[in-house]
Design a protein around this ligand. Sequence first.
Ligand code: AMP
Length: 299
Amino acid sequence: MPVLVVGSIALDSIKTPTSEHHKLLGGSASYASVAASFFGPVNLVGVIGNDFPDKHKQLFASRKIDLAGLELADGETFAWSGEYEVNMNNRKTLSVALNVFEKFEPKLPEAYRATPYVLLGNIAPSLQRMVCKQVVKPKFVVADTMDLWISIAREDLVELLKEVDMLILNDSEAKQLTEDDNLIRAGKKIVAMGPRYVAVKKGEHGCLLFGKNGEFFSTGAFPLETIHDPTGAGDCFAGGFIGHLARTDDTSFGNLKEAVVQGSLVASFCCEEFSLRRLEKLTAEDIVERRKAFAAYVA
Ligand code: AMP
């Protein structure tokens, strides 16, 4: 089953305590679509500017990602820069240049409208809602979000929550959204706001999954000794998650749990190198091998 991924496509500049890189391929849709492509076909919707390097487009094409929904607009590609603290967990945004993203309104090619599995990557909730209006009878719609939208677009986000099957966000965002410092209560409050499920990511400490009917699952993250660049790990989690659901075409809670594990594993690869460099070399077999190793680590 194919996956539809909508989100940002960016040129990122990233600074870590040990190195600095500029104009890297980034953006929620870039990471998520490549992550999902290890599981099956992907339809990508996003916007790029005239400066978007051909080699990045070739990476999407090499992963067999359908680019009929990739819009080329006159201007520069969305650009984001961030800096990590020594612990590689805390990050501050240094600059955001919306560029062609400023006027972007996602338009789904006719052939994408019936895509059964939909990932609304991290972009403004008003844009995510535009996609919800264009899809026809999807089997499962997942939305990713971030602290910025909880701060500046809460009303849109609250409306979006009534239109999707699942929300993905991290622990501090779950606390911010619900104004509750207890993550278990926060998870329960989010499913009460609309979605059937919520995945609360805890970075290196794993992920919690909550269902509307009291379902609950907790998993650790794959243990990594060295993190080179965690940028996009959340997007890879979302891409791996929806990719696994689409490949298995099974939305039971038992399979959502496995999707959380698969998403975490793809995210772990993402952290091993800057930008999408590790994913460029990754194979589906590598994910299978890491899954076996992970199984041996948990009780
Ligand atoms: P993550 O590390 O999973 O939070 O995702 C990082 C990616 O999100 C980077 O590649 C950025 O280009 C992208 N990004 C950062 N801020 C925004 C924003 N406001 N809207 C859309 N994408 C963003």
